[in-house]
Design a protein around this ligand. Structure first.
Ligand SMILES: [Zn+2]
Length: 510
């Protein structure tokens, strides 16, 4: 099947890992697991961006050794991702030698092709953004809108990359495929940025100002601009210039990101690749921002900032993953402690957890902890199994970043249907009647088999709990190797012995 290479942006280490980092990384993990279920070979990368002026200032302030300090910062991200059960294949740090080699090689190549030139530039520089600003970028008070402080006028001699040469190519390429960018309305935002001619991109910083970066191969007085360096991680990870697998992954690359970094990813990055004769990325999948309850921007002053580690403490990694997956597609979504808790109690404790517990405990008691054998299949029970199998297959085959909430909606729809079916069939009544024995077996087998498929479907979202649920039913957790997983009725072995039966989602009162 088709290989897929998913990437998250690499996260700037100077700041705590926040909900946005957790979200993109969890979604990438869900997509990786879904692709493995589809039988697609998948490679998934994430990591940290560790160069640039802000990191340098933080190191200087800390008085620590740069290498030790940066490792410590990067580890906070890795620890969060480990707590969230992220199965990344590659955790890149821009301070890795392998990455420096690629950046150096690309710069030398562009320089040889005369696509890089030196010039004086006087402009308004924002230290927070590490970028020169145009007047039109500033707010009404002359401040950088992201940092609420005025940029400083500064003259510098720097190296520039002739991106203006590629503007027409870029526009044509953006229009060539409606599936390139999803949600598609972000393409209009990018096209709006291309109405005016692009200015050449400054790709260097003088060492007198910034020492934390990758030295330019053609001028040792300069380091590479942090964005230019960071974007190249996407090809470093899959062995650009060294691995025979490079094309296999790169030709199926899917960049996941929040909406604030589309300019660097959809304008600068494809041009950088075009300039070194590497194919542009295959797909961009974009999500919105997390905002507080009521739609307010999260801010320390408003007291509505949600820390990912706090949410894991509250509802566990799976409870938190479930909330993220359920709540956000391509646009902004709300989060608060109360919302996370009520989703956990409603969907996980009262619905899925309760359904599992009712069915499994009922069978456990009356059938000595074994899956009941079917002596006859009743068409209505078989129809229930077929409904679940069909829904699950369809959902896994069609799932993409912006449709992850559909996977949750479908799972909850299946759970509702199973709850109703169990209530209507009322096996606790039939079990007392000898003539109903065959039907009871058929109903209970169908319920358990449907639960199996439901928890298989939920495995990419709640891997730990789904595995526990599958073991309790006498089934196996879904493997992580790339082998097509097809949902088929009657996959649960008759007479199979139940594993440990645990309360999957204990109610949390708070
Ligand atoms: Zn700024």
């Amino acid at each position: 099947m088709a290989p897929r290479y998913y990437t998250t942006p690499i996260y700037y280490v100077n700041g705590d890992p926040h909900i946005g980092h957790a979200h993109t990384t969890v979604m990438g993990d869900i997509l990786k697991r879904l692709n493995l279920m589809r039988g697609d070979d998948t490679f998934y990368s994430t990591g940290t961006d560790e160069h640039g002026q802000k990191n340098q200032e933080a190191i200087e302030k800390s008085g620590m050794d740069a290498e030790i300090y940066l490792s410590k910062l990067s580890d906070r991200f890795r620890e969060l991702f480990d707590r969230l059960n992220i199965q990344y294949d590659c955790y890149i740090r821009t301070t890795f030698e392998s990455h420096k080699t690629v950046v150096t090689k690309v710069l030398a190549h562009l320089h040889e092709k005369a696509l890089i030139y030196k010039k004086d530039y006087t402009g308004l520089y924002c230290v927070g953004c590490e970028q020169f600003k145009k007047e039109s970028d500033l707010d009404g008070h002359g401040n950088c809108p992201d940092h609420q402080r005025p940029p400083i006028k500064q003259t510098e001699t720097n190296y520039f990359f002739k991106i203006s040469l590629f503007q027409d190519w870029l526009k044509k390429w953006l229009m060539s495929d409606d599936n390139l960018i999803q949600p598609l309305f972000y393409r209009n935002e990018v096209l709006a940025m291309l109405v005016e001619p692009l200015e050449d991109l400054c790709i260097s910083r003088p060492k007198s100002r910034v020492w934390l970066g990758i030295e330019l191969p053609f001028d040792t007085d300069y380091v590479t601009y942090v964005w230019f360096d960071a974007l190249l991680n996407y090809i470093t990870n899959v062995g650009y210039g060294i691995s025979s697998d490079f094309d296999k992954w790169w030709n199926n690359s899917i960049h996941l990101m929040a909406k604030d970094i589309i300019k660097t990813h959809i304008i600068y990055w494809p041009i950088m690749l075009k300039a070194i004769d590497v194919a542009p990325p295959s797909r961009f999948r974009i999500h919105g921002y997390w905002v507080g309850e009521g739609g307010q921007k999260m801010a320390k002053s408003l007291g509505n900032v949600i820390e990912p580690n706090d949410m894991i403490d509250l509802v566990g990694p799976d409870g938190f993953r479930f909330y993220l997956a359920k709540s956000m597609g391509g646009t902004d979504a709300q989060i608060s402690k109360a919302l996370v808790l009520s989703t956990y109690n409603t969907d996980l404790a009262n619905n899925l957890g309760n359904l599992h517990s009712r069915v499994v405990k009922f069978v456990d008691k009356r059938f000595a902890g074994r899956v009941p054998p079917k002596t006859r299949t009743f068409p209505e029970d078989r129809a229930l199994q077929e409904y679940v199998a069909e829904k699950a297959n369809e959902t896994v085959m069609n799932c993409d970043l912006i449709s992850i909430p559909n996977l949750i909606a479908t799972s909850l729809e299946i759970a509702d249907r199973l709850n109703l079916y169990f209530n209507d069939a009322a096996p606790w009544k039939m079990v007392k009647i000898e003539e109903e024995k065959e039907r009871v077996h058929s109903v209970l087998y169908a319920m358990l088999d449907c639960l199996r498929m439901l928890f298989e479907l939920l495995t990419p979202v709640i891997p730990e709990t789904a595995s526990k649920a599958l073991v309790s039913l006498g089934s196996k957790p879904v493997g992580v190797a790339a082998a097509r997983h097809t949902f088929l009725p009657d996959g649960l072995r008759q007479h199979a012995t139940f594993g440990e039966i645990v309360d999957l989602f204990p109610r949390i009162d708070n």
